[in-house]
Design a protein around this ligand. Sequence first.
Ligand SMILES: [Zn+2]
Length: 345
Amino acid sequence: MRATVMYRAGDVRVENVPDAAIVNPTDALVRVTRACICGSDLWPYKDMPPTEDGRRMGHEAIGVVEAVGAGVRTVKKGDFVVMPFAFSDGECAFCHEGLQTSCVHGGFFGFSEGVGGAQAEAIRIPLADGTLFVLPVGEDSALVASLLTLSDVMGTGHHAAVTAGVGRGKKVAVVGDGAVGLCGVIAAKRLGAEQIILLGRHPARIALAKEFGATDIVSERGDAAVERVREMTGGFGVHSVLESVGTEPAMLTAVNITRPGGAIGRVGVPHYPGIPAWDSTFYKNITISGGPAPVRAYIAELLPDVLEGRIQPGRVFDRVIGIDEVPDGYRAMDKREAIKVMVKP
Ligand SMILES: [Zn+2]
């Protein structure tokens, strides 16, 4: 089968690899009908050291179950499923608490040893019962793009909003205008935020953010951005910041636009050494929360809104490619020519 392998920064290839297959009795084999390239894939694309064997890429997909192991109970051949970016057993203490990304038997697609990536024609799903979510529609559903976002970006934007304490009447800022930031706007609106300020500069992304519910846009950076947000919020900053970037400047901006007693939901994979401990966080009583989103826990909550068209997170996809064009998809996202690329294997 065809699958995506990254060998080093900037070197992504689509290769013939051994077909995905059931290994353990708790596995399912899924034929990928749609996958995508994630903003977090761009980190190794920028800085991955050279490797001999490469790393299988991709952690977001929907597809059709082709086969299940003898121990699988809730998923069957022919089911149309969404695959969260982390696999989980659904049975441990953390899965019961809705924190499947900390599952004691779990791991991450395209990352954990022996587990393949989703930018491929098929993928082996460990712990299929706990991991896969069976969708109530078929693979030809018109909602496929939005359903695919439940694999990561919509659930991740929602997690940022939840951990930042977004609620009715709150003032919210979203740092970052990538697919996760844009889904964060959807999530903030859905949870009742009164003001949603997007920090971003890219015209197409800003336009989409406004359609998703952003009330204000700040295109300045650094101190100027902080100043603008404070002006817009009565001088104090926002209750909730959704930090979807993961760089030090983004995190510093997030800290400086949070009002006393407010919270930051971090979902951008951190690429900074630390968070300021002094007056900007301690004396303002700021909560810093977030982490890898337990998207498995959120699918049941978000799915009805997708099925009934109340949210349309699939609009973040602005390019569709075939499996062999994946290297060009990485390039387009890295150059910010595309917001999010869908792969149709
Ligand atoms: Zn678990």
